[in-house]
Design a protein around this ligand. Sequence first.
Ligand SMILES: [Zn+2]
Length: 106
Amino acid sequence: MCDTQTLAASAEGYIIRCSDCGRIQLCFGIAAVALKSDQLKRLQTHTSEAVLYGAAYSEAPGHRCISVPLNQLMILCLSWQELVALDELLCQAGAMMEVYEMLAKG
Ligand SMILES: [Zn+2]
C-alpha cells in the first residue's frame, strides 16, 4: 500500500511521492506522469537550465516554444509562464525532499 507524501502543490500542478516504494507522480497542466527519482532530478536540471538560458522566450510568455524532456518517450512543450511555474513546483519539491531526508536521518 502506497504511503503518499506531497512534495509540492500549486495552482498549476502537484508532485507526490510514495515514501514506501519511492514512486513519484508529477501532475502539471494536462500531463500526469510517473517518474523515478533520477528522472525527477534530471527534469529539475533541464527546467532550471531552461529558465536560466531561455529568458528570450519571456518576450512571448504565452507561446509554447520551450521543450523540456520528461523521459525517453515524453517531452513537455511549455510556454515561458508554464516553464516558470514548473520550475517553482520542482524547487518546492526539491526543498521538501531535503526536509524528508533530514527527518529520516533523525
Ligand atoms: Zn508505493
